[in-house]
Every structure is written in C-alpha cells, then in structure tokens.
Design a protein around this ligand. Structure first.
Ligand SMILES: [Fe+2]
Length: 387
C-alpha cells in the first residue's frame, strides 16, 4: 500500500433523537456574541428554526437570520449571505437545512474570511486562492444524504457558466454537528428517496475512489450496509424513527468517508444533469449510479464485490466479475424499490447539449478521481442511456 494520509474529520458530532436539545449548551461557548442562522425560507418557518432561535437566546446569543438560500445555491446567493455575515458580525454561523443551506454557509464563510469571489476557490482552478481561515460554524442537517454536515466540501452553482464547482478545505469542517433524526421526519417520501440515493452514491463512490484511504473505505461499507437496510423503510414509513436515525448515521458515515476518499464519475455526471435540466442532486445521482458502477466494473470489479457483500447479495462461489454484477444488481434493486427511475423522462438530448454535458463532466474536479478513466465517447454513451 502506498503512503497516504488524512486529516479530515468532523470536530464534534452530537448525534441521536433529541440531539437538538443540546444546541444551547453547544452555543454557550460563543455567549454574548451574535450568531447568524443561514437557511432557506421553508426551513426558516419550521419548528426546527424556532428551536434554534430559542437555543441561541438561552445561550446568550443574538441571532440574525439569512433565509434566502435556494436549491443548489448560486455564487450570487453565496455573496448575499457573505454580506449578511459582514452586516451582522457573528461569532458563529449556524447552517440549518439540507445540503444547500449548509454549502451556502461554508461558501459565504470563505468569502468573508478570505476575500475575493467564490470562483477564486474553485478546486479545478490551478491557481486557486488559499483558504487560510473561517468563522466557526454549527451544522444542523434536516435531510439524510448530503454529508455536508461533516465534510470539508461545498458545491456552488456558477450562475454565468451554469456549472457546479466544488471547493474543499479542512477549515470548512463544522465546529459542531448536531445530527438529530427528529428533524428529518417531515421529509416527504420522494425527498427521502432522493437524499438517500445521494448518500448511497457518496458511500459507493468513496469506497471505490482512486484515492481511497482505508479508514474512509471502512466507513463507506458500513454506510452502504445501513442505507441498504434502512432507506426503503424510511421511504415507506417516514415516521419509522429507527429507519430515520440509521439513515442519518448512514449519511454521516458516507460524508466522513468521502471527505477522506473523494467521489467519482457519478457525481461528475450528475452535477451536469442538475445544472442543465434542474434535476434534484440525489435523484440525478441515483439515475446514473448503476451505469457508472457497470462502467467501473470493467476496471475494478473486486471493489464492487465488497459493495455486493455490504448489500447482502449472495456472492459465495462466484468470481470477481460475477460478484461485481451482483453489487450492481443490488444497487439497481434498492434504487428501484424507492422509486428512482433508470432514465430521465420528459427531456430531449440534442447533440450540442450532450457535447456540453460531456465536456463539463470531464472538467468536473471529481472526474479524475473515478477508479476507471472514461473517455468522452464513453461518457457520451452513458448519458445516452439515461436520457
Ligand atoms: Fe452528493
């Protein structure tokens, strides 16, 4: 095994039903200062936001609210959130919501503490600006999928180029993550399925990543096992608290896993489907994941075999390629059981759009981390199979 290293871990995670009751205590270390809650409009009106406000008050903080985060936050929204930070001078940020508010909190934090435009920090930029500091922030996820609550990555949509770009720095890790499954109960079945498919894609891609770190791989496999068992239950019955709790743990483990190991071609392709057709992030990942696994099985079948085993597929007496197929079939069956389609309906793919999708997928920072290198024509063929 070649020398490898990792320094990316969550700092403090408070996990479990009722974890949000600990927020006042956690916020106490910033008592006397201001705090800024970064969220979206729907969450701002939720019981969860009311509890955050009450906790801040109890902790002796003056809480301000920025609630203008949209799905797949744009550079413009990130800069508006940065202005809100500058206007309110918080000692701590609180991100509440799915991946979008949490990513927006991270990205705005970068601008405030390090200056410039958010594009300056794009991972694909060879002369990207350095992230030297950041304000402490508290992550409170309300979905089970993003992993943003524990990972060092934020994804921003460039409103001019219509592409998503990623930024990563250990300084973006939340000071405290409050992971309370009670907050995920109000997710409807479709959002539960889509965010769960995102978590599954994180775990699978982290597991077979070209730069996998063994500790991250171990977490990824456990995440796959939990998601395989509990995601259908959470979709079927949203008030099944065991399923909600185990899915939140699955998402958390996958988030820590991809923080160590990175992601791959499924995310590189899915980002473009979101930017081009407005597909929800997890849904886009769920649609492409089985095809990308099939593609990767050509070069790394033994890694897919472990996925099959984590999902409980029968594997004894089979060779690597057959077991890899079992893994792909198990993922297909899991995704089908929660209503993820195998194709995108209602859109047409022109040659020029397809060329753009392929070029942008190959320009995505995650493209190079896939275990098997894909050519433009291979990616084009994969897009043909989903649209
Ligand atoms: Fe994702």
């Amino acid at each position: 095994m070649p020398v490898s290293s990792t320094n990316i871990w969550p700092r403090r995670v408070v996990f479990g039903a009722g974890a949000l009751d600990n927020l006042a205590k956690e916020l106490g270390r910033w008592a006397g200062g201001n705090a800024l809650l970064i969220t979206d409009q729907r969450m701002a009106a939720s019981d969860g936001a009311a509890r955050v406000k009450a906790a801040a008050k109890e902790a002796g903080l003056t809480l301000h609210v920025f609630d203008q985060v949209e799905e797949n936050p744009s550079d413009k929204t990130v800069h508006l959130a940065a202005e809100a930070i500058l206007d309110t001078g918080p000692a701590v940020l609180v991100g509440l919501g799915g991946g979008s508010p949490l990513d927006c909190a991270k990205a705005a934090n970068i601008i405030v503490c390090n200056g410039g435009r958010i594009q300056d920090y794009d991972l694909t930029n060879p002369s990207k600006a350095k992230i030297g500091k950041a304000l402490p922030w508290v992550s409170i996820p309300t979905t089970a999928g993003t992993g943003s609550e524990v990972c060092p990555v934020t994804v921003v949509t460039d409103s001019r180029r219509h592409v998503k770009f990623s930024i990563s720095s250990p300084r973006l890790i939340a000071e405290v993550c409050i992971a309370d499954p009670d907050l995920t109960v109000t997710m409807p079945p479709d959002l539960t399925a889509w965010t769960g498919a995102d978590a599954l894609t994180h775990a699978v891609e982290a597991y077979y990543s070209r730069v996998a770190f063994p500790v991250g791989s171990a977490l990824a496999l456990e995440s796959i096992r939990l998601i395989g068992k509990y995601l259908p239950m959470a979709v079927r019955n949203g008030t099944d608290m065991e399923a909600r709790e185990q899915m939140l743990m699955g998402s958390l483990l996958a988030g820590i896993a991809f923080a160590q190991n990175a992601l791959g071609l499924a995310h590189a392709m899915a980002h473009q489907l979101t930017s081009e057709f407005g597909l929800q992030h997890g849904l886009a990942n769920g649609i492409v994941l089985p095809l990308v696994m099939e593609f990767n099985a050509r070069g790394a079948p033994q890694k897919l075999a472990a996925v099959a085993q984590a999902l409980g597929a029968p594997t004894s007496g089979l060779g690597d390629a057959e077991v890899a197929n079992k893994g792909i079939e198990a993922v297909q069956a899991l995704l089908a059981s929660i209503g993820i389609p195998s194709r995108i309906e209602g859109v047409t793919l022109t040659e020029s759009v397809k060329e753009r999708l392929v070029a942008q997928a190959m320009g995505d920072t995650l493209f190079g981390l896939n275990p098997v290198k894909a050519t433009a024509s291979e990616i084009s063929e994969l897009y043909n199979r989903v649209i």
